[in-house]
Design a protein around this ligand. Structure first.
Ligand SMILES: Nc1ncnc2c1ncn2[C@@H]1O[C@H](COP(=O)(O)OP(=O)(O)OP(=O)(O)O)[C@@H](O)[C@H]1O
Ligand SMILES: [Mg+2]
Length: 471
């Protein structure tokens, strides 16, 4: 995808001729013709000035036009489509099982987040909003739909199930939004998405939004959108001044130690890995080293996933270790560091992972750890993402690592009563890391830690003393 996606993105900009430049920050929500209830909630939420994608897309969304909206991660796309669709649904009443407005998103967490973000505005307009996702009771969701919900925020799979069960009919849906639209066009989602689009009112409004709205959506645009208003108000590339991108070259055996020190920083961090297994393994390691880490991936139960994200937002968990399931759309306040423990292999994945920080005008740092053999491939991925990183070789315990990431020595006191992680020998010396995975986990390949050795010596001494006493 990489290079072609970037080229296509540029072509869309060039070809459409309809891209809207960023609107100066003087635009006001009052002048957009939004209902009073929405304006009141905006004031209550402290949202005073529309962000560029909102100022650009809302007039068309409110006029009922189809919209293709691209704005960088954290630029306020949720309200850009959300306020328009809620305002256009206000005053209508859904029949049981027959929603009027639909938002489709790729992950359960994002559905929950979008539902929560839009609920105050929906309530102000007396609209009933239901969130419909997999992994939790389908019966309860069917009951909510039976009571009637004007607005449904859903993951495609669960909505499909509800339609199959005849708990939901889509024939009266007159507004459909696809958030993260390019991902919704992936093979995994597209069949269900098109099946849903085939059931909604053919004369309805459709809006597609993403930070990376590229030619992956072309088929859908051709088949389902009419003369869309195209808004591309920020570059989708990562070349945004508020973000510091770093590539840190590490030695293989030092990789876990570097990761652990970063995770032990004061403040939140999201660490991305490619596989569920890798996520679980690192999470165990971090907790054994005393870092309040938790794992988020599709192999966890939905209650676990929900709890983990809530604990991360509240601060009981400081290091969220995740697969790409957390890469799209999720917003956590005061998250200023994202770490690719496994480098992203796709430029769009890189941009979305990176986009969990530096949101809503804040700054942030994105760090990618690479082994020297991965440097060339990673450079290409970042170049395709439009990112020029600073590159440095680092070792665990080094001041440079701390300067960039806030890395520090973990407490070494295991959470969960797990095995004690090895600690540095000389407490006055700079922390030199935890060594390789196996060593840190007490695996057979690792040398026994100082503590384990001491514990064994102590046990031997006590046994010897008991023998001497004749016990
Ligand atoms: N006009 C505004 N003024 C201040 N804050 C805003 C405004 N609009 C949105 N926000 C805040 O900005 C944050 C990011 O918004 P949002 O999640 O909609 O971004 P996004 O563009 O959808 O990002 P992503 O591409 O990662 O999904 C949210 O916390 C939201 O409340
Ligand atoms: Mg979003």
């Amino acid at each position: 995808m990489s290079e072609s996606a970037r080229t296509h993105t540029r072509q869309r900009d060039d070809a459409s001729g309809a891209t809207t430049p960023a609107v100066p920050g003087t635009a006001s929500f009052d002048r957009l013709g939004l209902p009073d209830g929405i304006l009141r909630v905006l004031r209550e939420q402290g949202v005073t000035v529309p962000f560029p994608i909102q100022a650009a897309a809302l007039p068309h969304a409110l006029a009922g036009r189809d919209v293709l909206g691209r704005g960088r991660t954290g630029s306020g796309k949720t309200l850009a489509f959300g306020l328009g669709m809620l305002a256009r649904t206000a005053g209508r009443r859904a029949q049981p099982k027959e929603p009027l407005t639909l938002v489709l998103v790729p992950t359960r967490e994002l559905a929950q987040q979008v539902g929560e973000a839009l609920t105050p505005y929906a309530e102000a307009l007396r609209l009933r909003l239901a969130t419909v996702v997999g992994g939790v009771s389908v019966g309860r969701q069917a009951a909510v739909l039976r009571d009637g919900a004007e607005v449904v925020v859903a993951t495609p799979g669960r909505l499909h199930d509800l339609v199959e069960r005849r708990s939901c009919r889509l024939g009266r849906v007159r507004i459909v939004v696809l958030d993260e639209a390019d991902q919704m066009c992936d093979m995994g989602f597209l069949p269900q998405v098109t099946e849903i689009l085939d059931q909604v009112r053919p004369d309805g409004q459709r809006m597609l939004f993403s930070a990376t709205l590229d030619h992956d959506v072309d088929q859908l645009v051709r088949d389902y959108l009419r003369d869309p208003a195209v808004h591309s108000v920020d570059p989708s590339s990562g070349a945004v001044s508020a973000v510091d991108h770093h590539v840190l070259v590490v030695h293989g055996p030092d990789r876990y130690a570097v990761t652990t020190e970063i995770a032990a920083r004061d403040g939140r961090v999201v660490l991305f890995l490619d596989t569920k297994h890798g996520v679980d393994q690192l999470t165990r390691h971090l907790r054994a080293a005393g870092v309040a880490a938790a794992a988020l991936h599709s192999g966890k139960s939905q209650p676990q996933r929900t709890r983990t994200l809530a604990q991360f937002k509240e601060g009981q968990v400081t290091a969220l270790v995740a697969t790409n399931v957390a890469a799209r759309g999720l917003h956590v306040d005061d998250l200023d560091l994202v770490v690719n423990v496994d480098p992203a292999t796709d430029p769009k994945d890189y941009l979305h992972r990176a986009g969990r920080t530096a949101r809503a005008g804040r700054s942030g740092t994105v760090v990618t750890l690479v082994l020297s053999g991965q440097r060339r491939e990673t450079s290409q991925v970042l170049a395709d993402a439009g990112v020029t990183p600073k590159v440095a070789k680092v070792r665990s315990g080094e001041a440079e690592l701390t300067r960039i990431t806030g890395a520090k020595a973990p407490s070494g006191n295991p959470l969960d009563g797990g095995p004690v992680a090895p600690r540095p020998k000389n407490h006055n010396a700079p922390f030199r890391g935890l060594g390789s995975t196996k060593a840190a986990q007490g695996g057979s390949a690792g040398r026994p830690s100082r503590r384990t050795t001491e514990a064994r010596k102590l046990a031997e001494a006590q046994r010897a003393a008991r023998v001497r006493r004749g016990g």
